[in-house]
Design a protein around this ligand. Structure first.
Ligand code: MN
Length: 193
């Protein structure tokens, strides 16, 4: 198994969790993003952007907002396999990340990162430098967002431009429904336990 997911593999026992191990390779298609709601020790959203062969991941306690200028704390977590965009289910109690996961939103995104002169720069490189901009084409999230590192390894996720007439803020994670299956966290937990 390649090194690209060594942190991810190190944290999990695949005899116990049904999360994907990760075998899929990137296609030439537009890169993907996914936002999952994860009812773990603390409720949070997981925001993931495909960069090459992995999903770069951040834990966003309050979830992404579609209201421009709302700043949302985003804390990096380990790279996840590309198949994780489909993962919805229950991670067993006692395992890493134990709790219920739903796919809240997903789609493709358009990298928009550029340098101070306005020239496009490599997206992975812009993340390494701590500031990346992109346009999300999801079912719920649409429009231009930025991820900016502000202190050590804390980032802010902000909608930078209007993509729709008005934003709705962030939904209540307990009432939110999966974009994949229409289920709430409670329904997934009841059906899969
Ligand atoms: Mn999580």
């Amino acid at each position: 198994m390649s090194e690209r997911l060594s942190d991810y593999h190190g944290k999990r026992d695949f005899g116990r969790t049904r999360e994907p191990r990760g075998r899929q390779s990137a296609t030439g298609a537009a890169p993907r993003f996914v936002v999952q709601i994860h009812d773990a020790r603390t409720m949070h959203f997981d925001f993931r952007l495909q960069v090459g062969e992995v999903l770069k991941s951040w834990s966003v306690p309050k979830g992404p907002s579609d209201v421009p200028k709302d700043k949302r704390l985003a804390v990096p977590t380990e790279d996840h396999p590309l198949e994780y965009e489909d993962f919805e289910g229950v991670i067993p109690a006692g395992e890493y990340g134990g709790g219920t996961v739903i796919v809240w939103d997903r789609g493709s995104y358009e990298p928009l990162s550029h340098d101070r002169q306005g020239r496009p720069v490599d997206f992975a490189e812009s993340l390494e430098h701590g500031h990346a901009t992109f346009r999300l084409h999801g079912t719920k999230l649409r429009g231009q967002y930025a991820l900016t590192r502000f202190r050590e390894d804390n980032w802010l996720l902000v909608k930078t431009a209007e993509g729709r007439a008005r934003g709705h803020g962030t939904p209540d994670p307990r009432r939110a429904r999966s974009v994949r299956t229409g289920r709430t966290l409670a329904q997934v937990a009841a059906e899969e336990n």
